[in-house]
Design a protein around this ligand. Sequence first.
Ligand SMILES: *Cc1c(COP(=O)(O)O)cnc(C)c1O
Length: 459
Amino acid sequence: MQFKTIFEPFRVKMVEPIRMTTESERNEFLKKAHYNPFLLNSDQVLIDLLTDSGTSAMSSRQWAAMMEGDESYAGARSWTRFEHAVRHVTGMPHILPTHQGRAAERILYSHLGGPGKVFFSNTHFDTTRANIEFSGSEAVDLPCLESADRESPFPFKGNMDTERLAKEVETRGPANVAAVVLTVTNNSGGGQPVSMANARAVATICHRFHIPLVLDMCRIAENAYFVHQHEPEFESKSYLEIAHEMCSLADACVMSAKKDALVNMGGFLTLRDEKLTHELTNLLIITEGFTTYGGLAGRDLEAIAVGLEEGFEPDYLRYRARSTAYLGENIRAKGVPIIYPVGGHAVYVDAGALYPHIPPHEYPGQALVCELYRLGGVRAVEIGSAMFGKYDAEGQLIPAAHELVRLAIPRRVYTQSHIDYVSEVFDAVLANRHNTHGFKITFEQPFLRHFTAHFEPLG
Ligand SMILES: *Cc1c(COP(=O)(O)O)cnc(C)c1O
């Protein structure tokens, strides 16, 4: 008998209460937070879909491993376990631990980048873009053409446009290209997966022009699930084998362990080149820590080593992909415009299409995150012009390509009834659709402004 319910493949061993709030309380909280959900306290939130980063529930095995943490400054046992686990996935000879993904990015991109250089990516994630631009380089997104069509059933909308990549490299001159960054899955591009065929085509171009290929492998287990699902060549390969093969195409990998490694803090940088490793080790020691801990406690290294195994377990990955799709398919059936098919870690709502009456410079995505919080206590994040908007010389907003809102699903944290509730909150959002107004920014910082910006409602 084949049952159709896919239940959470774990039992709850410890609980964390959620404090209930009313709509009028939330209106006050939102106002005090300057209409920026990043500025809310977590106990003002009912269901927190702000990010899947560092919000995973760890397993009993991970907690047990933490007790085994060796806190020696140099050469700790925990480091050996961590190094072994990272090498098992990536196959890379040189491994540098970092306190989180952006530290790995800063070390690598500040070295490869600098003024006059350019980076190409399927889509730069916000910290990736910020680190590249902070070094004085330019970050250019080359998403595949299929990604522009929200409803196209193409299964790998996270792919890079390889035709454009080859052209851009020739026009700019290969010597000016610092690196190509392939992000799997493509977080800012709707959490959509990247096919092995595309990764191979990108690698071929990089090798031809002697440009380093960096794999941002935050969600490589989820990506492997989709490769297994949709590329017949990989039908009989394990998720780990698929990940391993993708890493084998790259010259370097960066990973935020806060995603598919199922921990609350950690990251790493892996490298093939020995000379580059020596140069980057200096940067690591100056700002992160010694080479065998890199800003992490021994217990963190242990938790990552176990998490890297659990993140590739077939039962877990199947549940993970299905539960994310469950939310997406439910709200899509109600008429909420989402990026379809649903990716691995989040559902992306097209707020621009949901609120056609709110122009980009009034931030339709910000309007939706405020509605979700106000009406239902659900916290989500804007991925549109508040996050990626720039100003031209006249101070006019250059909008982002899409006005999205991301509902990121923390790993192993929420049950189906939490998700059913979120889906119901969308009924209220839809009912109030035509009375929803835009926002203006009243305070902002030059980099990563969405974290701290203040907004005021219009109309
Ligand atoms: C989260 C993330 C990062 C940055 O990692 P942190 O651990 O948050 O510093 C980089 N790239 C992608 C694609 C991410 O999702």
